[in-house]
Design a protein around this ligand. Structure first.
Ligand SMILES: CC(C)(COP(=O)(O)OP(=O)(O)OC[C@H]1O[C@@H](n2cnc3c(N)ncnc32)[C@H](O)[C@@H]1OP(=O)(O)O)[C@@H](O)C(=O)NCCC(=O)NCCS
Length: 210
């Protein structure tokens, strides 16, 4: 595939509806979501969640939101959020694992949601007393370039750059030089018919030091 000619720009409010659809499209590929959302694909609930996530990320003064925009079509082809964390700071409400006792949002499997929250909170605890940046982004082609923004910020402040990697992105981060800090495994077979192809879904805490 030809390398797209693109620019990296700050997200503006008008981008939010598109970014919610962008995340939705990307998350459709994530095996765990097939079991997490009841009445799959439950477009209404998924869109409500992703709209909430991009909006609160955008409004949080501790985050910087970036988009990669194709130079010819002006289309958004990548999305990246960096959150500057301070010691002892509570995670923002929109962040997975922010509150392990969180009430299950409408339309989600309560037991699996509780496991995801516990797993995410376990990983978040390891970095609780550290400053770090965390990225979230979608789509192919420009991932390494977007992560570079996080490396630049981490170098400038001499702080670690930490994230929680979903299983399909794990090797991507390894390739960029992140090291594992911990793992949280969720057994999806408990939520699916026997022998239907679901197994362990892993979330991995990862860190990169300048
Ligand atoms: C993971 C993701 C961001 C990678 O972005 P990308 O733009 O395809 O990655 P790049 O083209 O910058 O790849 C950089 C390097 O990592 C490798 N790589 C990318 N994704 C990989 C993967 N899933 N497994 C192994 N290697 C991977 C590339 O081959 C490339 O290697 P090279 O330098 O030797 O050529 C992208 O697949 C994506 O958006 N996935 C869906 C959302 C997601 O998973 N986000 C992360 C949530 S934690």
């Amino acid at each position: 595939m030809a390398v797209p000619n693109y620019a990296i720009l700050p997200v503006v409010e008008a981008d939010l509806p598109f970014l919610a659809k962008f995340i939705h499209a990307s998350k459709l590929r994530l095996s765990i979501n097939r079991l997490l959302f009841e009445d799959w694909p439950n477009e209404t609930i998924q869109m409500k969640m992703y709209t909430g996530a991009v909006t609160s990320g955008f409004k949080d003064p501790a985050t910087e939101c970036f988009k990669a925009v194709d130079a010819e079509s002006n289309e958004i082809i990548g999305y990246f959020v960096l959150a500057r964390k301070r010691p002892a700071q509570e995670p923002p409400e929109y962040e997975l694992g922010a509150n392990p006792d969180h009430e299950t949002p409408e339309g989600l499997n309560p037991s699996l949601f509780a496991e995801v929250m516990t797993a995410s909170a376990e990983i978040a605890r390891a970095t609780k007393n550290t400053d770090f940046f965390e990225p979230r982004f979608q789509r192919h082609g420009v991932g390494a370039k977007l992560v570079q923004l996080g490396f630049d910020r981490a170098r400038a402040e001499n702080i670690p750059f930490a994230l929680c990697a979903e299983a399909p992105a794990h090797e991507f981060y390894v390739k960029l030089g992140f090291k594992e800090t911990q793992r949280a495994d969720i057994d999806l077979s408990k939520y699916a018919p026997a022998y239907s192809g679901f197994g362990i879904f892993r979330l991995t805490g990862m860190v990169w030091y300048p």
